[in-house]
Design a protein around this ligand. Sequence first.
Ligand SMILES: [Zn+2]
Ligand SMILES: [Zn+2]
Length: 407
Amino acid sequence: MFCSHLLKPLWFKPRQARTREQHQCCSFNRGLSLVLRMRAAATRVNVEVHAARTGTVLLPAELIHPTMARVRQALENAGVSGSMEAKLLIDGQELEDSQLLPDFGKGHTAVVQFATEAARLPESVQVEVREAMTGELLHEATLRLGLVSELRASLAQASVGPVGRPDGTDGAPAKEWEMTLLLGEVVLQSDGCLRCGEDGGPAVVHVVWGEAKKTPTPRPASTRSSHCWPSGNTNCITGDSVAMVLIGGKEMPRLMEELRVGDEVLTGSPCPSQRQRRVGRIWRSVVPGGKTEVVQLSSDCRLTSNHPAITGDRWLPAASLGLPVLSPEEFVYGIELEGHVDTILIGGVVCAGLGVYCGPDFGWNVYTRKAIHCEDLSCNKCKIAFDPSIDFNSIKASDLGEMYTPY
Ligand SMILES: [Zn+2]
Ligand SMILES: [Zn+2]
């Protein structure tokens, strides 16, 4: 009999819930519990990076097993310039990139000094939020990084709601409103990012209100999606396509078939904090019969005909951007990146990685899921999108009719 106490992931529980337990039923004794708690303490560390000269907080973060290299990467991801070369000090001492940060114990924060002069926060982004119907100004915000999630937090904090709608004050029951944010005609996803307007003025975001649904229901794919997904390999990049990897801060071309887990690739995102991400998993699929339809979108970008690529602000299947031809291919590749910027730059074209929602023409199909979790163990997106049971090597065209929960 295997006691379920041994299966409890103790280090996932909130601190106050961890109690010293002793069980008659199993060998879950105090000694083991202490070992587990030490692991828990070493797992997640609060880190703050301060600009040494000004004291500005450049980064607050909770990092898992943080080495100095991880801190650097977090700074780079947050768009702090010069992060990869900066001198990082802790207690006045410079640590090697491979060294773990000292453990300051729970509840304490490791403070890292960014000692290079050039420490600069990314430019903040001014945003105006207006009602889509009336153009009425609802909210103005300054976003530190320009992330849509920041904007949503700012709107929630200011309790921005629909104007002139029943909100319970006239006796009607209070309603919860759901807002859809639009930039031009593009729906902003919660992990998207904003830039200032062309003229340097604020970015203008329009909001459309709808009644909040109790449970999100999967939206059926439009009828157009059927011809996006012909038979054979469903969603892939050819081995001779070229990604850009960062080596020592330099961009180098790398064939898809030579790309490895851990490589840092350019995502093609216009947002500086989302410029590159590490490859988390590579799905190499055998091409049945050694031939598949591919579309050449640039000299270094060849995709199976249904693979989504961005033109302007829209995702389109490769086949609607070029002519599909039958091509001899031994393997084709799907890429999962760490985190949630799920695009990859291939031969100058922004292509879908696994885990990206490409709009209603594609729908909430299996490719909106991920088989790897991001590093945030409590991530709300991963709660929905993470499904380690999916084998992306064996997706058939017929599987694409299955729709998943939106996030
Ligand atoms: Zn027990
Ligand atoms: Zn996540």
